[in-house]
Design a protein around this ligand. Structure first.
Ligand code: NAD
Length: 498
Protein backbone atom coordinates (compact mmCIF):
# COMPACT_ATOMS: atom_id res chain seq x y z
CA UNK A 1 0.00 0.00 0.00
CA UNK A 2 1.47 3.36 -1.00
CA UNK A 3 0.42 6.52 0.81
CA UNK A 4 0.99 9.71 -1.17
CA UNK A 5 2.27 12.77 0.72
CA UNK A 6 -0.56 14.74 2.25
CA UNK A 7 -1.04 18.41 1.54
CA UNK A 8 -1.72 20.81 4.37
CA UNK A 9 -4.26 23.57 3.73
CA UNK A 10 -2.26 26.16 5.73
CA UNK A 11 1.11 26.77 7.36
CA UNK A 12 1.04 24.36 10.30
CA UNK A 13 4.19 25.72 11.98
CA UNK A 14 2.73 28.88 13.49
CA UNK A 15 1.05 29.95 16.69
CA UNK A 16 -1.95 32.30 16.79
CA UNK A 17 -1.54 35.18 19.21
CA UNK A 18 -3.77 38.25 19.24
CA UNK A 19 -5.08 37.52 15.76
CA UNK A 20 -1.62 37.13 14.21
CA UNK A 21 -0.18 33.89 12.92
CA UNK A 22 3.51 33.90 13.65
CA UNK A 23 6.54 31.67 14.21
CA UNK A 24 6.94 30.59 17.85
CA UNK A 25 9.49 32.47 19.96
CA UNK A 26 11.73 29.38 20.02
CA UNK A 27 11.95 29.45 16.21
CA UNK A 28 11.63 25.66 16.42
CA UNK A 29 9.20 23.12 15.14
CA UNK A 30 8.15 19.64 16.21
CA UNK A 31 7.28 16.68 13.96
CA UNK A 32 3.69 15.55 13.66
CA UNK A 33 3.58 11.87 12.75
CA UNK A 34 1.05 10.06 10.60
CA UNK A 35 -0.05 7.08 12.74
CA UNK A 36 -1.24 5.18 9.67
CA UNK A 37 2.25 4.81 8.19
CA UNK A 38 4.73 6.31 10.66
CA UNK A 39 5.88 9.06 8.29
CA UNK A 40 6.09 12.74 9.13
CA UNK A 41 2.76 14.36 8.31
CA UNK A 42 3.65 17.97 9.02
CA UNK A 43 5.62 20.11 11.44
CA UNK A 44 4.07 22.17 14.20
CA UNK A 45 5.27 25.09 16.29
CA UNK A 46 7.25 24.38 19.42
CA UNK A 47 5.51 26.99 21.56
CA UNK A 48 7.16 27.82 24.87
CA UNK A 49 6.63 30.06 27.90
CA UNK A 50 7.28 33.24 25.90
CA UNK A 51 4.45 32.43 23.45
CA UNK A 52 2.14 31.48 26.31
CA UNK A 53 2.85 34.77 28.04
CA UNK A 54 2.13 36.72 24.85
CA UNK A 55 -1.06 34.70 24.28
CA UNK A 56 -2.35 35.35 27.80
CA UNK A 57 -1.61 39.06 27.37
CA UNK A 58 -3.44 39.10 24.01
CA UNK A 59 -6.43 37.43 25.65
CA UNK A 60 -6.42 40.09 28.37
CA UNK A 61 -6.36 42.85 25.75
CA UNK A 62 -9.28 41.22 23.92
CA UNK A 63 -11.22 41.37 27.17
CA UNK A 64 -10.12 44.64 28.70
CA UNK A 65 -8.71 46.67 25.81
CA UNK A 66 -5.17 48.06 25.56
CA UNK A 67 -4.37 49.59 28.96
CA UNK A 68 -7.72 48.50 30.38
CA UNK A 69 -7.96 47.12 33.89
CA UNK A 70 -9.31 43.71 34.76
CA UNK A 71 -13.06 43.64 34.96
CA UNK A 72 -13.51 46.71 32.77
CA UNK A 73 -14.28 44.59 29.69
CA UNK A 74 -13.63 47.40 27.24
CA UNK A 75 -11.81 45.18 24.72
CA UNK A 76 -13.19 44.19 21.33
CA UNK A 77 -14.27 40.81 22.77
CA UNK A 78 -15.11 41.92 26.30
CA UNK A 79 -17.66 44.51 25.23
CA UNK A 80 -19.75 42.20 23.05
CA UNK A 81 -23.17 41.32 24.37
CA UNK A 82 -24.07 37.71 25.09
CA UNK A 83 -26.29 37.66 21.99
CA UNK A 84 -23.40 38.92 19.83
CA UNK A 85 -21.10 36.22 21.19
CA UNK A 86 -23.78 33.65 20.49
CA UNK A 87 -24.14 34.80 16.88
CA UNK A 88 -20.39 34.49 16.35
CA UNK A 89 -20.44 30.93 17.65
CA UNK A 90 -23.35 30.08 15.35
CA UNK A 91 -21.39 31.48 12.41
CA UNK A 92 -18.44 29.32 13.40
CA UNK A 93 -20.76 26.33 13.60
CA UNK A 94 -21.96 26.92 10.04
CA UNK A 95 -18.38 27.27 8.78
CA UNK A 96 -17.36 24.04 10.51
CA UNK A 97 -20.18 22.22 8.69
CA UNK A 98 -19.16 23.81 5.39
CA UNK A 99 -15.61 22.59 5.91
CA UNK A 100 -16.54 19.27 7.51
CA UNK A 101 -14.92 17.16 4.78
CA UNK A 102 -11.56 18.87 5.12
CA UNK A 103 -11.73 18.89 8.92
CA UNK A 104 -12.56 15.18 8.89
CA UNK A 105 -9.58 14.48 6.61
CA UNK A 106 -7.21 16.41 8.87
CA UNK A 107 -8.50 14.78 12.06
CA UNK A 108 -8.39 11.29 10.53
CA UNK A 109 -4.85 11.74 9.20
CA UNK A 110 -3.57 13.30 12.39
CA UNK A 111 -5.14 10.88 14.90
CA UNK A 112 -5.24 7.80 12.67
CA UNK A 113 -8.99 7.38 13.10
CA UNK A 114 -11.32 6.22 10.32
CA UNK A 115 -12.55 9.06 8.12
CA UNK A 116 -16.16 8.51 9.17
CA UNK A 117 -15.15 9.07 12.81
CA UNK A 118 -13.34 12.27 11.78
CA UNK A 119 -16.53 13.39 10.11
CA UNK A 120 -18.62 12.55 13.17
CA UNK A 121 -16.17 14.63 15.23
CA UNK A 122 -16.51 17.61 12.86
CA UNK A 123 -20.30 17.40 13.06
CA UNK A 124 -20.03 17.20 16.86
CA UNK A 125 -17.83 20.31 16.90
CA UNK A 126 -20.44 22.16 14.84
CA UNK A 127 -23.17 21.00 17.21
CA UNK A 128 -21.22 22.17 20.28
CA UNK A 129 -20.86 25.61 18.71
CA UNK A 130 -24.55 25.61 17.84
CA UNK A 131 -25.54 24.53 21.35
CA UNK A 132 -23.31 27.05 23.12
CA UNK A 133 -24.05 29.78 20.57
CA UNK A 134 -27.76 29.34 21.30
CA UNK A 135 -27.18 29.21 25.05
CA UNK A 136 -24.89 32.27 25.34
CA UNK A 137 -27.74 34.71 26.13
CA UNK A 138 -29.80 32.28 28.20
CA UNK A 139 -27.67 32.03 31.31
CA UNK A 140 -29.52 34.18 33.78
CA UNK A 141 -28.89 35.34 37.30
CA UNK A 142 -31.46 35.32 40.08
CA UNK A 143 -33.05 37.76 42.46
CA UNK A 144 -32.92 36.71 46.08
CA UNK A 145 -35.50 37.61 48.78
CA UNK A 146 -33.45 39.46 51.39
CA UNK A 147 -33.91 42.05 54.09
CA UNK A 148 -36.51 44.80 53.73
CA UNK A 149 -35.22 47.74 51.75
CA UNK A 150 -32.82 45.61 49.73
CA UNK A 151 -32.75 44.02 46.33
CA UNK A 152 -30.25 41.22 45.99
CA UNK A 153 -29.31 39.62 42.73
CA UNK A 154 -26.72 37.37 41.15
CA UNK A 155 -24.73 37.95 37.97
CA UNK A 156 -22.93 35.32 35.90
CA UNK A 157 -19.62 36.75 34.74
CA UNK A 158 -16.70 35.32 32.76
CA UNK A 159 -13.63 34.20 34.68
CA UNK A 160 -11.38 36.21 32.38
CA UNK A 161 -8.55 34.41 30.59
CA UNK A 162 -9.20 30.66 30.48
CA UNK A 163 -6.66 27.96 29.65
CA UNK A 164 -7.64 24.89 27.61
CA UNK A 165 -5.21 21.99 27.56
CA UNK A 166 -6.52 19.17 25.38
CA UNK A 167 -5.37 15.68 24.39
CA UNK A 168 -4.92 14.12 20.97
CA UNK A 169 -7.72 11.56 20.87
CA UNK A 170 -10.72 13.78 20.03
CA UNK A 171 -9.29 17.26 19.44
CA UNK A 172 -12.35 18.68 17.68
CA UNK A 173 -14.90 17.35 20.14
CA UNK A 174 -12.93 18.45 23.18
CA UNK A 175 -12.23 21.91 21.76
CA UNK A 176 -15.95 22.24 20.99
CA UNK A 177 -17.10 21.43 24.49
CA UNK A 178 -14.38 23.35 26.29
CA UNK A 179 -13.54 26.41 24.17
CA UNK A 180 -17.12 26.62 22.84
CA UNK A 181 -18.61 26.92 26.33
CA UNK A 182 -15.88 29.27 27.56
CA UNK A 183 -16.35 31.66 24.64
CA UNK A 184 -20.13 31.58 25.08
CA UNK A 185 -19.68 32.90 28.62
CA UNK A 186 -17.34 35.68 27.44
CA UNK A 187 -13.97 34.30 28.52
CA UNK A 188 -10.91 34.82 26.31
CA UNK A 189 -9.15 31.53 25.63
CA UNK A 190 -5.63 30.22 25.29
CA UNK A 191 -5.71 26.77 23.72
CA UNK A 192 -2.78 24.33 24.04
CA UNK A 193 -3.47 21.37 21.76
CA UNK A 194 -1.60 18.09 22.11
CA UNK A 195 1.75 17.72 20.37
CA UNK A 196 0.64 14.39 18.84
CA UNK A 197 -2.40 15.83 17.03
CA UNK A 198 -3.24 19.49 16.61
CA UNK A 199 -4.13 20.18 12.98
CA UNK A 200 -7.84 20.73 13.63
CA UNK A 201 -7.06 23.07 16.53
CA UNK A 202 -5.24 25.27 14.01
CA UNK A 203 -8.05 24.90 11.47
CA UNK A 204 -10.61 25.76 14.17
CA UNK A 205 -8.77 28.98 15.01
CA UNK A 206 -8.85 29.97 11.35
CA UNK A 207 -12.59 29.34 11.29
CA UNK A 208 -12.94 31.62 14.31
CA UNK A 209 -11.11 34.36 12.45
CA UNK A 210 -13.22 33.86 9.32
CA UNK A 211 -16.38 34.14 11.44
CA UNK A 212 -15.18 37.47 12.84
CA UNK A 213 -14.02 36.46 16.31
CA UNK A 214 -12.14 39.52 17.65
CA UNK A 215 -8.35 39.21 17.81
CA UNK A 216 -7.18 37.60 21.04
CA UNK A 217 -10.53 36.01 21.96
CA UNK A 218 -8.95 32.69 20.97
CA UNK A 219 -5.19 32.12 20.93
CA UNK A 220 -3.57 28.81 20.01
CA UNK A 221 -0.10 27.75 21.12
CA UNK A 222 0.93 24.21 20.15
CA UNK A 223 3.97 22.77 21.89
CA UNK A 224 5.19 20.18 24.33
CA UNK A 225 3.20 19.53 27.47
CA UNK A 226 6.12 20.12 29.80
CA UNK A 227 6.93 23.42 28.05
CA UNK A 228 3.87 25.21 26.66
CA UNK A 229 1.38 23.24 28.79
CA UNK A 230 3.24 23.71 32.05
CA UNK A 231 3.75 27.43 31.35
CA UNK A 232 0.05 27.88 30.64
CA UNK A 233 -1.14 26.03 33.72
CA UNK A 234 1.21 28.05 35.94
CA UNK A 235 0.53 31.47 34.40
CA UNK A 236 -0.52 34.00 37.03
CA UNK A 237 -3.05 35.78 34.81
CA UNK A 238 -5.01 32.65 33.87
CA UNK A 239 -8.26 32.54 35.86
CA UNK A 240 -9.54 29.02 35.07
CA UNK A 241 -8.04 25.84 33.60
CA UNK A 242 -9.92 23.21 31.66
CA UNK A 243 -7.75 20.11 31.34
CA UNK A 244 -8.52 16.87 29.54
CA UNK A 245 -5.89 14.16 29.66
CA UNK A 246 -4.17 11.67 31.91
CA UNK A 247 -4.46 11.39 35.68
CA UNK A 248 -0.72 11.97 36.09
CA UNK A 249 -0.74 15.28 34.25
CA UNK A 250 -4.13 16.21 35.72
CA UNK A 251 -2.66 16.17 39.21
CA UNK A 252 0.19 18.42 38.03
CA UNK A 253 -2.36 20.81 36.58
CA UNK A 254 -4.40 20.89 39.76
CA UNK A 255 -1.24 21.55 41.76
CA UNK A 256 -0.33 24.44 39.44
CA UNK A 257 -3.88 25.80 39.72
CA UNK A 258 -3.75 25.55 43.50
CA UNK A 259 -0.64 27.73 43.57
CA UNK A 260 -2.65 30.49 41.89
CA UNK A 261 -5.85 29.56 43.79
CA UNK A 262 -7.89 29.20 40.59
CA UNK A 263 -10.58 26.66 39.66
CA UNK A 264 -9.84 23.74 37.41
CA UNK A 265 -11.93 21.23 35.52
CA UNK A 266 -10.26 17.84 35.20
CA UNK A 267 -11.56 15.41 32.58
CA UNK A 268 -9.32 12.39 33.11
CA UNK A 269 -9.21 8.70 32.32
CA UNK A 270 -11.57 5.83 32.90
CA UNK A 271 -12.14 2.10 33.09
CA UNK A 272 -15.79 2.25 32.20
CA UNK A 273 -17.92 -0.86 32.68
CA UNK A 274 -20.91 -2.04 30.72
CA UNK A 275 -23.10 -4.31 32.82
CA UNK A 276 -25.10 -6.87 30.86
CA UNK A 277 -27.84 -8.60 32.85
CA UNK A 278 -29.26 -11.93 31.71
CA UNK A 279 -32.55 -10.32 30.66
CA UNK A 280 -30.86 -7.78 28.35
CA UNK A 281 -31.81 -7.40 24.70
CA UNK A 282 -28.54 -8.76 23.35
CA UNK A 283 -29.32 -7.98 19.72
CA UNK A 284 -29.43 -4.30 20.64
CA UNK A 285 -26.55 -4.45 23.09
CA UNK A 286 -23.96 -6.30 20.97
CA UNK A 287 -22.97 -3.55 18.53
CA UNK A 288 -22.69 -1.06 21.41
CA UNK A 289 -20.58 -3.40 23.51
CA UNK A 290 -18.01 -3.80 20.73
CA UNK A 291 -18.07 -0.30 19.22
CA UNK A 292 -17.64 1.42 22.56
CA UNK A 293 -14.46 -0.59 23.04
CA UNK A 294 -12.83 -0.30 19.63
CA UNK A 295 -13.96 3.20 18.60
CA UNK A 296 -10.88 5.34 17.92
CA UNK A 297 -8.77 2.19 18.49
CA UNK A 298 -9.91 2.15 22.12
CA UNK A 299 -8.37 5.57 22.76
CA UNK A 300 -11.51 7.04 24.24
CA UNK A 301 -11.71 8.23 27.85
CA UNK A 302 -15.13 6.64 28.17
CA UNK A 303 -14.20 3.48 26.23
CA UNK A 304 -16.16 0.50 27.53
CA UNK A 305 -13.04 -1.43 28.40
CA UNK A 306 -14.81 -3.74 30.87
CA UNK A 307 -17.82 -5.83 29.90
CA UNK A 308 -19.48 -7.35 32.97
CA UNK A 309 -21.86 -10.16 31.99
CA UNK A 310 -24.28 -12.15 34.14
CA UNK A 311 -23.40 -15.87 34.16
CA UNK A 312 -26.41 -17.30 32.24
CA UNK A 313 -25.56 -15.24 29.13
CA UNK A 314 -21.78 -15.01 29.57
CA UNK A 315 -20.82 -17.64 26.99
CA UNK A 316 -23.29 -16.27 24.46
CA UNK A 317 -21.95 -12.71 24.84
CA UNK A 318 -18.35 -13.90 24.51
CA UNK A 319 -19.19 -15.87 21.38
CA UNK A 320 -21.16 -13.07 19.74
CA UNK A 321 -18.61 -10.37 20.60
CA UNK A 322 -15.83 -12.62 19.27
CA UNK A 323 -17.66 -13.00 15.94
CA UNK A 324 -17.81 -9.23 15.64
CA UNK A 325 -14.14 -8.88 16.52
CA UNK A 326 -13.09 -11.31 13.81
CA UNK A 327 -15.02 -9.26 11.25
CA UNK A 328 -13.38 -5.92 12.15
CA UNK A 329 -11.54 -4.30 9.25
CA UNK A 330 -8.34 -2.50 10.16
CA UNK A 331 -7.21 0.13 7.68
CA UNK A 332 -5.23 3.35 7.35
CA UNK A 333 -7.32 6.37 8.37
CA UNK A 334 -8.28 7.55 4.90
CA UNK A 335 -9.24 4.03 3.78
CA UNK A 336 -12.03 4.35 6.34
CA UNK A 337 -12.12 0.89 7.90
CA UNK A 338 -13.65 -0.01 11.27
CA UNK A 339 -10.48 0.69 13.18
CA UNK A 340 -7.20 2.51 12.54
CA UNK A 341 -3.81 2.51 14.23
CA UNK A 342 -3.10 3.90 17.70
CA UNK A 343 -1.65 7.39 17.96
CA UNK A 344 2.08 6.74 18.36
CA UNK A 345 4.82 4.17 18.62
CA UNK A 346 4.88 4.84 22.37
CA UNK A 347 1.15 4.13 22.69
CA UNK A 348 1.62 0.97 20.61
CA UNK A 349 4.29 -0.23 23.03
CA UNK A 350 2.05 0.50 26.02
CA UNK A 351 -0.82 -1.53 24.53
CA UNK A 352 1.57 -4.29 23.47
CA UNK A 353 2.73 -4.44 27.08
CA UNK A 354 -0.85 -5.25 28.11
CA UNK A 355 -1.12 -7.91 25.39
CA UNK A 356 2.08 -9.45 26.79
CA UNK A 357 0.48 -9.36 30.22
CA UNK A 358 -2.57 -11.23 28.83
CA UNK A 359 -0.24 -13.92 27.48
CA UNK A 360 1.91 -14.11 30.63
CA UNK A 361 -1.15 -14.31 32.90
CA UNK A 362 -2.54 -17.17 30.83
CA UNK A 363 -5.76 -15.26 30.17
CA UNK A 364 -8.16 -16.57 27.56
CA UNK A 365 -8.12 -14.55 24.33
CA UNK A 366 -11.63 -14.99 22.97
CA UNK A 367 -10.82 -13.19 19.73
CA UNK A 368 -8.16 -11.11 18.10
CA UNK A 369 -8.95 -9.26 14.87
CA UNK A 370 -6.39 -10.16 12.23
CA UNK A 371 -4.00 -7.52 10.89
CA UNK A 372 -4.78 -7.58 7.16
CA UNK A 373 -1.87 -8.03 4.78
CA UNK A 374 -0.69 -4.84 3.11
CA UNK A 375 -1.08 -2.46 6.05
CA UNK A 376 1.70 0.16 5.87
CA UNK A 377 4.57 -1.37 7.82
CA UNK A 378 5.45 1.84 9.67
CA UNK A 379 1.91 2.32 11.04
CA UNK A 380 1.19 1.92 14.74
CA UNK A 381 -1.00 -1.18 14.43
CA UNK A 382 -2.39 -3.12 17.36
CA UNK A 383 -4.75 -6.08 16.84
CA UNK A 384 -8.09 -5.53 18.62
CA UNK A 385 -8.22 -8.13 21.37
CA UNK A 386 -11.11 -9.51 23.39
CA UNK A 387 -10.11 -11.20 26.64
CA UNK A 388 -12.58 -13.46 28.44
CA UNK A 389 -12.86 -14.46 32.09
CA UNK A 390 -10.75 -11.69 33.55
CA UNK A 391 -10.79 -11.76 37.34
CA UNK A 392 -11.76 -8.57 39.21
CA UNK A 393 -8.59 -6.98 40.53
CA UNK A 394 -6.39 -8.16 37.67
CA UNK A 395 -4.38 -5.31 36.12
CA UNK A 396 -6.27 -5.79 32.87
CA UNK A 397 -9.47 -5.08 34.78
CA UNK A 398 -8.11 -2.16 36.80
CA UNK A 399 -5.85 -0.07 34.55
CA UNK A 400 -6.73 2.21 31.66
CA UNK A 401 -5.11 0.65 28.58
CA UNK A 402 -6.15 3.22 25.97
CA UNK A 403 -6.05 0.69 23.18
CA UNK A 404 -8.47 -1.76 21.50
CA UNK A 405 -8.53 -4.30 24.32
CA UNK A 406 -11.70 -5.28 26.18
CA UNK A 407 -11.95 -7.47 29.25
CA UNK A 408 -15.01 -9.69 29.84
CA UNK A 409 -15.86 -10.37 33.48
CA UNK A 410 -18.63 -12.73 34.60
CA UNK A 411 -20.85 -11.92 37.61
CA UNK A 412 -23.58 -13.74 39.54
CA UNK A 413 -25.95 -11.04 40.79
CA UNK A 414 -26.63 -7.32 40.94
CA UNK A 415 -24.63 -6.86 44.13
CA UNK A 416 -21.53 -8.44 42.67
CA UNK A 417 -21.91 -6.47 39.44
CA UNK A 418 -21.94 -3.21 41.40
CA UNK A 419 -18.98 -4.24 43.51
CA UNK A 420 -16.92 -4.99 40.40
CA UNK A 421 -18.15 -1.93 38.48
CA UNK A 422 -17.27 0.41 41.36
CA UNK A 423 -14.06 -1.43 42.19
CA UNK A 424 -11.52 0.60 40.21
CA UNK A 425 -9.90 3.96 40.98
CA UNK A 426 -11.92 5.48 38.11
CA UNK A 427 -15.52 6.61 37.74
CA UNK A 428 -16.35 8.14 34.37
CA UNK A 429 -19.16 6.39 32.47
CA UNK A 430 -21.12 3.14 32.83
CA UNK A 431 -23.63 1.21 30.73
CA UNK A 432 -26.48 -0.94 32.06
CA UNK A 433 -28.33 -3.44 29.90
CA UNK A 434 -31.55 -4.88 31.32
CA UNK A 435 -35.28 -5.02 30.59
CA UNK A 436 -36.07 -4.52 34.29
CA UNK A 437 -36.78 -0.81 34.78
CA UNK A 438 -36.52 -0.87 38.56
CA UNK A 439 -33.17 -2.56 38.42
CA UNK A 440 -31.92 -0.09 35.81
CA UNK A 441 -32.77 2.83 38.09
CA UNK A 442 -31.42 1.15 41.22
CA UNK A 443 -28.12 0.25 39.57
CA UNK A 444 -27.78 3.67 37.91
CA UNK A 445 -28.06 5.31 41.31
CA UNK A 446 -25.49 3.06 42.93
CA UNK A 447 -22.83 3.33 40.23
CA UNK A 448 -19.96 5.61 41.17
CA UNK A 449 -19.43 7.59 37.98
CA UNK A 450 -20.46 10.77 36.19
CA UNK A 451 -22.72 9.33 33.47
CA UNK A 452 -24.83 6.20 33.15
CA UNK A 453 -26.36 4.98 29.90
CA UNK A 454 -29.23 2.48 30.19
CA UNK A 455 -29.84 0.22 27.19
CA UNK A 456 -27.53 2.36 25.05
CA UNK A 457 -24.01 3.66 25.33
CA UNK A 458 -22.48 6.86 24.05
CA UNK A 459 -18.74 6.84 24.41
CA UNK A 460 -18.24 10.59 24.63
CA UNK A 461 -21.55 11.26 22.90
CA UNK A 462 -24.32 13.66 23.80
CA UNK A 463 -23.44 17.34 23.41
CA UNK A 464 -26.40 18.20 25.66
CA UNK A 465 -25.44 15.76 28.43
CA UNK A 466 -23.25 17.02 31.29
CA UNK A 467 -20.12 14.92 31.40
CA UNK A 468 -17.26 14.35 33.82
CA UNK A 469 -15.98 11.96 36.40
CA UNK A 470 -15.64 11.08 40.05
CA UNK A 471 -12.58 9.62 41.81
CA UNK A 472 -9.53 9.52 39.51
CA UNK A 473 -11.67 10.34 36.48
CA UNK A 474 -11.65 13.96 37.58
CA UNK A 475 -14.08 16.63 38.71
CA UNK A 476 -16.12 19.45 37.29
CA UNK A 477 -18.55 19.04 34.40
CA UNK A 478 -18.28 19.92 30.74
CA UNK A 479 -20.86 19.52 27.98
CA UNK A 480 -24.52 20.41 28.27
CA UNK A 481 -25.79 23.58 29.93
CA UNK A 482 -23.93 22.70 33.11
CA UNK A 483 -20.59 23.64 31.52
CA UNK A 484 -21.72 27.25 31.30
CA UNK A 485 -21.79 27.46 35.09
CA UNK A 486 -18.25 26.09 35.28
CA UNK A 487 -17.00 28.61 32.74
CA UNK A 488 -18.47 31.55 34.63
CA UNK A 489 -18.32 32.94 38.13
CA UNK A 490 -21.25 34.04 40.25
CA UNK A 491 -21.31 37.53 41.68
CA UNK A 492 -23.88 38.55 44.27
CA UNK A 493 -25.00 42.18 44.43
CA UNK A 494 -27.05 43.40 47.40
CA UNK A 495 -28.52 46.88 46.87
CA UNK A 496 -29.93 48.92 49.74
CA UNK A 497 -32.45 51.36 48.34
CA UNK A 498 -34.67 52.49 51.24
P1 NAD B 1 -1.66 13.71 28.61
O1 NAD B 1 -2.10 14.02 29.98
O2 NAD B 1 -0.32 13.14 28.39
O3 NAD B 1 -1.73 15.01 27.68
C1 NAD B 1 -2.89 15.86 27.63
C2 NAD B 1 -2.45 17.28 27.37
O4 NAD B 1 -1.66 17.73 28.47
C3 NAD B 1 -1.58 17.47 26.12
O5 NAD B 1 -1.94 18.68 25.50
C4 NAD B 1 -0.19 17.56 26.70
O6 NAD B 1 0.70 18.31 25.90
C5 NAD B 1 -0.44 18.29 28.01
N1 NAD B 1 0.59 18.10 29.02
C6 NAD B 1 1.44 17.05 29.18
N2 NAD B 1 2.28 17.27 30.20
C7 NAD B 1 1.95 18.47 30.73
C8 NAD B 1 2.43 19.24 31.82
N3 NAD B 1 3.44 18.82 32.57
N4 NAD B 1 1.84 20.42 32.09
C9 NAD B 1 0.80 20.86 31.34
N5 NAD B 1 0.31 20.19 30.28
C10 NAD B 1 0.87 19.01 29.97
O7 NAD B 1 -2.79 12.76 28.06
P2 NAD B 1 -2.89 12.06 26.64
O8 NAD B 1 -2.01 10.88 26.60
O9 NAD B 1 -2.72 13.11 25.58
O10 NAD B 1 -4.43 11.63 26.63
C11 NAD B 1 -4.84 10.42 27.14
C12 NAD B 1 -5.55 10.58 28.46
O11 NAD B 1 -6.57 11.56 28.37
C13 NAD B 1 -6.24 9.30 28.86
O12 NAD B 1 -6.02 9.05 30.23
C14 NAD B 1 -7.70 9.61 28.60
O13 NAD B 1 -8.59 8.84 29.35
C15 NAD B 1 -7.78 11.05 28.91
N6 NAD B 1 -8.94 11.66 28.28
C16 NAD B 1 -9.99 12.04 29.06
C17 NAD B 1 -11.12 12.59 28.48
C18 NAD B 1 -12.30 13.02 29.32
O14 NAD B 1 -13.12 13.76 28.83
N7 NAD B 1 -12.43 12.58 30.56
C19 NAD B 1 -11.18 12.76 27.09
C20 NAD B 1 -10.11 12.37 26.34
C21 NAD B 1 -8.97 11.82 26.95
Amino acid sequence: MHTPPHTMPFDTTQVLIGGRWQAPASGQTLPLMNPSDGTELARIARGTAADIDAAVRAAQVALEGEGGTEGERAGAWGRLTAAERGRLLLKMSALVLEQADELARLEALDVGKPLKQGRADAVALARYLEFYGGAADKVHGQTIPFANGYTALTLREPHGVTAHIVPWNYPMQIIGRSVGAALAMGNACVLKPAEEACLTALAFARIGQAAGLPDGALNVVPGLGEEAGAALSAHRDVRHISFTGSVAVGTLIQTAAAKNAIPVTLELGGKSPQIVFADADLDTALPFLVNAGIQNAGQTCSAASRILVQRPVFDEVVRRMAERYRALRMAPALDDGDIGPVISQRQREIVQGYLDLVRDSGLHVAAQAPLPPGLPAGGYWVPPTLVADVAPGHRLEQEEIFGPVQALIPFEDEREALRIANGTPYGLVAGVWTRDGSRALRVARKLQCGQVFVNNYGAGGGIELPFGGVKHSGHGREKGFEALYGFSVLKTVAIKHD
